[in-house]
Design a protein around this ligand. Structure first.
Ligand code: G3H
Ligand code: ZN
Length: 278
């Protein structure tokens, strides 16, 4: 099948009281492993390419996005394609043509009023161009190696933000932090309940790699729907490469990329079983 819309997967998960996994793609092997993980768990997946990953590919989003779209055609589960953590308007404006069905516009570093104004404008543009859009309020830290586990989204401000910007989903700060390589973050489940009651759109958890499985389950039950995971896949990928490269005679990249891809698939399947009950 062809790509499914991110909004359709998120809405279906929310209606069913489940989470949907959104996984960061850096290489084609990541994308293949993520789709394989979805097939192992029998659950849909959102492939997401971040602005930083686009930079890694020399500023070209299109080739990797096209590979993801072609993978979706033969996948055994629904697959969506999302552009993650964008603040470059030129890239945002190329998203629909590159094949993305959705974007996360990241103005979370700005003050509240500037965040609302920039995100309103991005949301208007996205909707006019057929894109579902997510934005963030209450900066989830860790992107620069600085953890801010105490950052919190305020429920009343979140409600005002969603109506002021018109976004389709809201990323919230409830205790997670990006780029954690060990699962130790605890989520503020009571706050998730409060935001859920105040905000009409689906909620998104960033930095899910560092969150304990039981907290992920409770967070989904409390109303978090899109569960973003990146670092945990890279931990699995790199551990497999490191292990394979212990053989000094190894030269064929397939001999270390295959176990890396399998490691990603196993990690994705485990996360999906935790968040989607698959
Ligand atoms: O947007 C991507 C996610 O927030 C990934 O965070 O790498 O800490 O799992 P993570
Ligand atoms: Zn994130």
């Amino acid at each position: 099948m062809s790509l499914t819309g991110t909004g359709a997967l998120v809405d279906a998960a929310r209606d069913a009281g489940r989470g949907v996994g959104a996984f960061n793609v850096i290489t084609v092997e990541h994308a293949e492993g993520i789709v394989a993980g979805g097939e192992l768990a029998g659950a849909p997946v959102i492939l997401q390419i971040s602005q930083n990953a686009v930079r890694y590919h020399g500023g070209r989003a299109e080739p990797l996005a096209a590979a993801c779209a072609r993978l979706a055609e033969t996948a055994g589960v629904p697959v969506a394609l999302h552009l993650d953590h964008v603040d470059d308007l030129d890239l945002l404006h190329r998203a629909a043509d590159a094949g993305f069905g959705s974007v996360m516009y990241d103005a979370s570093r700005l003050g509240y009023a500037d965040n609302v104004a920039a995100t309103r404008s991005a949301a208007d543009w996205s909707h006019a161009n057929g894109l579902w859009i997510e934005a963030e309020l209450g900066e989830v830290g860790g992107k620069d190696g600085v953890h801010s586990p105490t950052a919190r989204t305020k429920p009343a401000e979140a409600a005002e933000y969603v109506s002021g910007t018109g976004v389709d989903a809201l990323a919230v700060a409830v205790g997670s932090s990006h780029a954690m390589t060990v699962k130790s973050a605890r989520l503020d489940i009571g706050l998730i309940d409060e935001i859920r009651a105040a905000v009409p759109v689906p909620l998104v958890l960033h930095g899910s790699s560092g969150v304990l499985d039981d907290d992920l389950r409770q967070a989904v039950a409390a109303g978090l729907t899109k569960i973003n995971v990146g670092t945990q896949l890279n931990v699995a990928f790199t551990a497999a490469v490191r292990d394979a490269l212990a053989d000094p005679g190894l030269t064929d990249p397939r001999r270390y990329l295959r176990p890396a891809r399998d490691g990603v698939a196993a990690a994705v399947a485990g996360i999906l079983r935790t968040v989607s009950g698959g």
